[in-house]
Write a protein that binds this ligand. Sequence first.
Ligand code: DOR
Ligand code: ZN
Length: 346
Amino acid sequence: MSMSEKISLVRPDDWHLHLRDGDVLADILPHTAARFGRAIVMPNLKPPVTTVEQARDYRQRILDALPARSDFEPLMTLYLTDNTTPEEIRKARRSGFIHAVKYYPAGATTNSDSGVTDIQAVHAVLESMAEEGLPLLVHGEITDPAVDVFDREAVFIERVLLPLLARIPALKIVFEHITTADAVDLVRQTPERLGATITPQHLMMNRNAIFQGGINPHHYCLPVLKREEHRQALVSAATSGDPRFFLGTDSAPHPRTAKESACGCAGMYSAHAAIEFYAQVFDEAGALDRLEGFASFHGADFYGLPRNTDRISLMREAWKVPEILRFGKQELVPLGAGEVLSWRLL
Ligand code: DOR
Ligand code: ZN
């Protein structure tokens, strides 16, 4: 049990982040840039970021929207499609600003229509990624409508991920936003080229939260929240000190009207209090001493990037999360809206 009143850690990075585009950038970027040194930026815009040129332009729009004097660094990704070429992969590696390629099974989640329809069909591209040392970031959910939505990650491991790991042994893979004990076990049993990100919501909540006091669209994301036993497996993985588990918020803002609707979009916004959420989880697990590895070291080491050198501090002090944030001309309901958190960023 830790009685610390203050935590100081090397500045963390967010290894899985949705920033969207346009006028909302200036509203949400300050939250991430105040906490994190770098973030892996997801490419599921409309249209998706599929080329090095598109990624270059998107990166510039992000830099232009940053608060003055921020040295936050967006780490760009390409969106893998059935038509991605090995030449684009080589160009991506040479660019210096593209750090990974994102694999969405077509139809698995928000803006995934252009995703891969058959992973076997992109074999040559995956081989070129292995050669170039560019990691594949996986949204690990099977899209077969016959598979129960709560089982989609576990079935994806059997049907897609295990065969893929066997077929291209040199490919580095990040299993993004893992939600099950099955995924934790897989990472633990696989050699070091497989890593995994874990979100704050999957550490803090189980699937009861979706239905607490009526159906709650703000607790809907993909992969969907799972049973309590899975949440506990994720907490134990994140706080274990195992370097293959690292911080990735999957912060994914949608306007309030798109969440509070007859067909609410998937995604939770956590960037406003991301490191504070993780601190609370690690504190409650009696593992505050492991937070820095998970948040600041493991991801950089996996990607082969230097660790940050500056620091951030958190103080044990109650503060209330706002009910509503600005999101361009719309409103955004943040994760933990109106709730009291126990750690504050200094
Ligand atoms: O809940 C989610 N929201 N899961 C994803 O995979 C995508 C994300 C988004 O872009 O909104
Ligand atoms: Zn995501």
